[in-house]
Design a protein around this ligand. Structure first.
Ligand SMILES: [Zn+2]
Length: 113
């Protein structure tokens, strides 16, 4: 299990989450909340700011992608997917092709302001 770190845009809770990104512009992953907290503090983030952040668990080795405006199809084979959405709008997709069954996570990219 890994952790990705989200923050409500401009600190406003009704806004979408934006995620810490790595050099490849993919959500940055941590092995635990403790590791994420250490990283954030090393970047000068305060306890109050960390308190307002959302630590999302990414189950297993699931890959994470950004949502697009296009109908979602399997990022591996292009077949249709079924998904569940959690309260933060994060979608857990599973490929419906029995030969594939690729599982991955979609997160909203949010605004970059
Ligand atoms: Zn597939």
């Amino acid at each position: 299990m890994e952790i990705i770190v989200g923050r409500h845009i401009n600190g406003i809770f009704i806004n979408d989450l934006e995620y810490l990104l790595d050099d490849d512009k993919e959500p940055m992953r941590f092995k635990s909340e403790e590791e994420a907290t250490r990283f954030l503090k090393s970047k000068g983030v305060t306890d109050d700011e960390i308190y307002c952040m959302v630590f999302k668990k990414v189950v297993g080795k699931q890959d994470a992608y950004f949502m697009t405006d296009q109908p979602e199809v399997c990022r591996s084979c292009g077949a249709r997917t079924e998904f569940q959405e959690d309260s933060n709008g994060m979608q857990f997709h599973t490929c419906m092709d029995p030969a594939c069954r690729y599982e991955y996570v979609l997160v909203s990219e949010g605004e970059s302001s």
